[in-house]
Write a protein that binds this ligand. Structure first.
Ligand code: 13P
Length: 285
């Protein structure tokens, strides 16, 4: 089924697991990602940046994600990642995305709340879920870098106020992860996450999942992380595989010979991550 983020995180809450949210950079990545979810018996969140949505087409992405979800009987959420403009969010919702993120993390708290709430009010009319963000997550995403000096951890009391005032369905927290960190792993601030989770009654989201140590995942799940973003690991793997395949290909060889190995590599990673995120071997959603 084609579902929204709230429906996915409610299942995760029930079973104390987290749902993988995987960044797709081209249309080719969607079928292998969803196939991996189907084989693991898990819902999946496919997410795109605004620029990727514009490159592929919002409506095309919706048609493909919804089409595979319905044909293959897999629970799929299509989510817009890190949107900063209401017009992009409206375009995604109008095209049929089932979930959007408004990233107002660089704004003063009051303005972030006001703008996030406006998105929630609009999105909920269409049964579309909304993720907000509080605190500033470091690292590089879509070519934009936030360095150490700008990073701001999420303040638990602010998070509680933000979640209650905006009525978001999920909240991205800054607890030490960084976007685009694939050469090393980070130390996540679990005590801070615990404090946030103790007072915030909303599903929490990890960004920068590529840089998270596998051994931290169970503790993140136990402390309220219900959406787990992974992007860079897939992008790097797809690109590395493509470089190998295309470097010595004949120019008139069918493209599929070079693209299938890239998609297989993505499927492999998504399968491994989903199994890790399901927390228990026996959990079938
Ligand atoms: P990584 O690319 O670091 O895995 O992070 C993905 C993400 O958080 C998307 O918003």
């Amino acid at each position: 089924m084609y579902i929204n983020l709230k429906q996915a995180t409610e299942k995760a809450e029930e079973l104390n697991c987290t749902i993988g949210a995987f960044n797709a950079h081209n249309l080719d990545m969607l079928p292998p990602m969803i196939e991996a979810a189907k084989e693991s018996g898990s819902p999946i969140i496919i997410q795109t940046s605004v620029d990727t949505a514009k490159y592929i087409g919002f409506k095309t992405l919706v048609n493909v994600a919804r089409g595979i979800a319905e044909f293959d009987l897999v629970d799929v959420v299509l989510h817009l990642d890190h949107a900063k403009n209401f017009s992009d969010i409206k375009q995604a919702i109008d095209a049929g995305y089932s979930s959007v993120m408004f990233d107002g993390s660089s704004l003063p708290l009051k303005e972030n709340i006001m703008k996030t709430k406006a998105v929630v009010d609009y999105a909920h009319k269409f049964d579309v879920s909304v993720e907000g963000e509080l605190g500033i997550i470091g690292g590089t995403e879509e070519g934009v870098t936030i360095d150490g000096a700008e990073v701001m951890y999420t303040e638990p009391e602010d998070a509680k106020y933000f979640a209650e005032t905006t009525n978001v369905d999920a909240l991205a927290v800054a607890i030490g992860t960084n976007h685009g960190q694939f050469k090393s792993k980070t130390d996540v601030n679990i005590p801070l996450l615990k404090k946030i989770n103790n007072i915030v009654n909303t599903s929490l989201v990890i960004h920068g999942g590529t840089g998270v140590k596998e051994e931290h995942v169970p503790e993140l799940i136990d402390n309220g992380i219900r959406k787990f973003n992974v992007g860079t690991e897939l992008l790097v793997t797809w690109t590395e595989e493509a470089k190998k395949c295309f470097s010595d290909t004949k120019v008139n060889k069918s493209l599929r010979h070079n693209i299938i190995p890239c998609n297989d590599a993505v499927k492999n990673i998504v399968s491994q991550k989903i199994n890790l995120f399901m927390n228990k071997d026996s959990v079938k959603l």
